[in-house]
Design a protein around this ligand. Structure first.
Ligand code: ADP
Length: 878
């Protein structure tokens, strides 16, 4: 043993005693005094604690062990030894040797009473040997495990919570402060008022573990400190006896997790707020299609409560008709985990249904698992209705176009794509439906070189409608280029913004009209040409009689041009004697549409009046309305003069003839009377009597002829006088027929008095008319001898005498003319029907002067019916 550097002042006796005790011991054993000073130590002590070769005597055991990083429990042990009388058994300690090798010792100690009232203590370190299979350095292992552990781990020893152990992570948290062997309070003064010490005390005192969740720990540090959130367990460490000797601290830094979660929570909250504030309905479902979330907007929109919307309750807000279909689709989207879109009517809180669009998309977890759908519901009611209206309008326009009888087509875009074309248009083009969808250039290549592409482009760029009037269009129809004329429009079509998007084309084929117009013009030209070539004077007036055309002859005759003649009025050229009659007749014609016909004198440019026959005939339209008048005046000056000469001659002849004929008639009568009286026989069978009678008959005819010619001239000179009286018409007819029968025995004449009447008239003149009718009936019936004479009632106050024969008849076209002076129908042999053509003229004049009229009913080959109608005289005294 070597003496220590510090003189050991212990009682040598004691030391000796101690040494003696230890002498035979092999274990590490020391004897210490009450102050803990080593009095003696076995060799083993030196080996175990690897102290330098200095004596241990006089050293404090505590400092020895402390130097060797002894565990903190030694002072506790010494204290127990000092204060208690009892020995200490198997007090477990873990000590480090000088080479820091850990030794598990079980300490046994007991009190050694000394003679001088003093005590010393024997402290025996028995090394607890680890079983061969347990021959692992648990401490190291633990240390390593703990160091590797992701958790913050430390052990605290004793009531002051002295750090016994701390893993790397824990030390890292504390920025590698010196902690082992120090108390919590020492190491972490800042946590004192954060409650941790209290918690540790609690565990230590109660022996119950404490679990802290997300507890924040504020640490001071060189760079200003930090706050960490910890999940931790304070687990009491108990000795074999169950006493708490320390606390095992296991903590996990959840700062990041909590912050993440918080920020997630915050962002989720924020999202929800956003979702709730957006004016769109948002919904989220689970994989089964059950509603898991509906934002505020849903409830605001539908007026549903959260409870009502739960599960499939939201379906209640749908229009009943849309509900089932939609739900099926909705579930199908969930089943197939696919996108979904639907349009349906959703009831809003006012109870009215509005169209909405619902769109959903599948939601996946980060692991790719289907979580359900998330979707939005947007109100598209107004747009939808607008769309419907547009669709409907479009449909309507389409059907209007399709059904229109007018050829209609719609072109879109500047390239003029045929968007629409009805059958009438397709037909007009001479194409098939295949042209729809093509450009106009493509569909109707024949338009190339014609002005239409340029016109369309102009309409498209300027927006001005083009009106085509009788425009010529050449179209390829039935394999050949056909020329047609069309009235059509190119009208720009605009969108809502007013931009031109296309052109509406409507067309009407007016080819026929154009052609007939051209024809009409051509005809008009021909008419004028013809009219100019005609020898007469042609005038064309409108329906009211206003002149629109005169032919050249008129201009030549009056020496005026159209304007002058129009201004001057053709009536100014009429002889004053005829003027009134012309005006009267012309007005009558204008009013009734009846043909105007008159002989009149017109003044030529030299002031000479020349006779003309003027005829104005109305030209009538399809419905019988007068459209114009065409008048022709033919000069008959020479004819007139000829007639005059004829008349004069006849007058002169009849005057001259009258006297000799009368005397011949007188002598014939005398001779006949003599024959009768003396019954004279003429020798040689000479038929004297029949000859005389024939002479007498011929003289009657001759006398009538002369009378007629004289009447004619009387008429001309307006000297025909009527000797009117009331007489019995039936009687007069009877007598006249009797007279005729005297000279005509061949013809059978029958009278039918179906009415009896008296008339106020010139009896001889009426008889003259009847004789004329009957002589004509006889004359123009060479093959029939039967003549009927009827007296019949006409209307309420007129009477007619009609003479009917079965003779040659008269063509209707001559019915009017036969009453004209000297008019005779040309027959094959004039010899057969001799005459002058004045009989009916006179008859007509006579009847008209009696305010009556003559009627003719006759057909060629079937006979004639001539009748005169007179007013009946019902008052005897008149
Ligand atoms: P006229 O007998 O002397 O020729 P009228 O004035 O009596 O002259 O008759 C005019 C014409 O009318 C005749 O030339 C004749 O062609 C036609 N006519 C008159 N009466 C008859 C009749 N009963 N049947 C056929 N033709 C008739």
């Amino acid at each position: 043993m070597k003496s220590s550097q510090v003189p050991f002042k212990e009682d040598p006796e004691q030391i000796e005693f101690a040494k003696n005790i230890l002498i035979s011991l092999r274990d590490p054993v020391v004897v210490i005094n009450e102050e803990g000073m080593i009095l003696a130590a076995t060799r083993k002590m030196y080996e175990v604690f690897e102290t330098p070769p200095v004596t241990l005597e006089g050293m404090s055991l505590l400092s020895l062990l402390k130097d060797k990083k002894e565990c903190s429990r030694i002072p506790e042990l010494l204290e127990t030894l000092r204060t208690s009388e009892e020995a200490i058994k198997d007090f477990p300690v873990l000590l480090s040797s000088a080479s820091l090798k850990r030794h598990r010792f079980s300490i046994n100690a007991n009190r050694l009473p000394l003679y001088n009232q003093k005590v010393c203590f024997l402290v025996c370190f028995t090394e607890v040997h680890i079983l061969p299979d347990e021959n692992i350095d648990y401490r190291k292992l633990l240390h390593e495990v703990l160091s590797e552990a992701p958790a913050l781990i430390c052990t605290l020893r004793g009531k002051d919570h002295i750090f016994e152990l701390a893993n790397h992570k824990y030390q890292d948290l504390l920025e590698f402060r010196e902690i082992i062997g120090k108390s919590v309070k020492e190491v972490l003064p800042e946590v004192e008022n954060q409650g941790f010490i209290k918690m540790l005390d609690g565990v230590y005192n109660t022996g119950k573990a404490f679990i802290g969740k997300e507890i924040s720990l504020d640490l001071k540090g060189e760079n200003g400190g930090k706050t960490v959130l910890l999940d931790f367990v304070y687990q009491p460490i108990k000795d074999a006896a169950g006493n708490v000797e320390g606390i095992f601290v296991h903590a996990i830094d959840v700062t990041e997790k909590v912050l993440n979660r918080q920020s997630l929570e915050n962002s989720e909250k924020e999202l929800r707020n956003v979702i709730d504030t957006v004016p769109v309905i948002i919904w989220i479902t689970n994989p089964m299609g059950e509603g898991s979330y509906l934002n505020k907007e849903w409830f605001q929109y539908t007026g549903q409560t959260r409870k009502e919307s739960l599960g499939a309750g939201w379906l209640e807000a749908l229009h009943p008709e849309d509900r089932d279909g939609l739900y099926k689709k909705f579930l199908e989207a969930h089943r197939e985990q696919k996108e979904y879109q639907a349009k349906f009517r959703l009831r809003n809180k006012n109870g009215s249904y509005r169209w909405v669009v619902d769109r959903g998309r599948p939601k996946w977890t980060s692991e790719g698992e289907f979580e359900g759908l998330i979707g939005t519901v947007t109100d598209v009611h107004d747009d939808y209705l607008k769309e419907q209206v547009i669709k409907e309008n479009e449909h309507r326009i389409r059907s209007i176009v399709e059904q229109a009888t007018v050829a209609t087509a719609v072109y879109t875009g500047r390239e003029m794509t045929i968007e629409l074309a009805n059958d009438a248009m397709i037909d007009l083009w001479g194409k098939t439906r295949e042209v729809v969808g093509k450009s106009l250039r493509e569909a109707l290549p024949e338009l190339e070189g014609q002005p239409f592409h340029d016109l369309l482009d102009k309409v498209f760029t300027t927006g001005e409608t083009y009106w085509g009037k009788e425009d010529r269009v050449d179209l390829m129809r039935n394999g050949s280029l056909e020329t047609g004329y069309y009235n059509f429009t190119y009208k720009p079509l605009r969108n809502e913004e007013g931009e031109i998007i296309g052109i509406l084309n409507m067309g009407l084929n007016v080819t026929e009209m154009v052609e007939s117009k051209t024809l009409l013009k051509e005809r008009e030209r021909h008419f004028k040409l013809m009219a100019d070539l005609m020898p007469g004077k042609v005038i064309n007036t409108d329906a009211s009689g206003k002149p629109i055309f005169f032919n050249q002859n008129w201009y030549d005759f009056v020496g005026l041009d159209f304007e002058q003649l129009k201004e001057y009025s053709w009536e100014n050229f009429i002889h004053p004697s005829e003027e009134n009659e012309v005006r009267k007749k012309w007005n009558h014609s204008l009013k009734t549409g009846k043909t105007f016909e008159m002989q009149l004198r017109l003044r030529d440019k030299d002031g000479n009046y020349l006779w003309h026959l003027s005829r104005n005939e109305a030209v009538k339209g399809e419905n019988g309305e007068i459209t114009m008048w065409i008048g022709i005046s033919t000069e008959i000056q020479r004819l007139k003069e000829e007639e005059k000469r004829k008349e004069d001659f006849l007058k002169m002849v009849s005057h001259e003839l009258k006297t000799p004929v009368t005397s011949i008639k007188g002598y014939v009568q005398l001779l006949l009377n003599l024959l009768e009286k003396y019954k004279l026989e003429i020798p040689g069978n000479v038929p004297l009597k029949p000859s005389l009678e024939r002479i007498d008959n011929q003289i009657v005819r001759l006398t009538r002829l002369i009378a007629e010619i004289l009447d004619l001239s009387r008429l001309e000179e307006n000297k025909l006088e009527l000797k009117e009286e009331v007489f019995d018409l039936n009687e007069m007819v009877e007598q006249t027929i009797q007279d005729i029968k005297l000279t005509n025995t061949q013809h059978q004449m029958e009278i039918f008095h179906s009415h009896r009447a008296r008339v106020f008239a010139d009896k001889d003149r009426i008889g003259q008319v009847l004789i004329n009718f009957i002589t004509n009936a006889i004359k123009y019936s060479p093959d029939s001898q039967y003549i009927q004479i009827h007296v019949i009632k006409v209307g309420s106050d007129k009477v007619a005498v009609s003479v009917r024969d079965k003779g040659i008849g008269i063509d209707a076209k001559f019915h009017k003319n036969i009453f004209k002076r000297f008019y005779r129908i040309g027959v094959e042999s004039k010899e057969t029907y001799s005459g002058f053509g004045i009989g009916l003229y006179l008859a007509n004049e006579i009847i008209e002067r009696h305010n009556g009229y003559i009627e003719v009913k006759s057909k060629i080959g079937e006979g004639s019916d001539f009748s005169f109608v007179l007013l009946e005289n019902k008052h005897e005294n008149e």
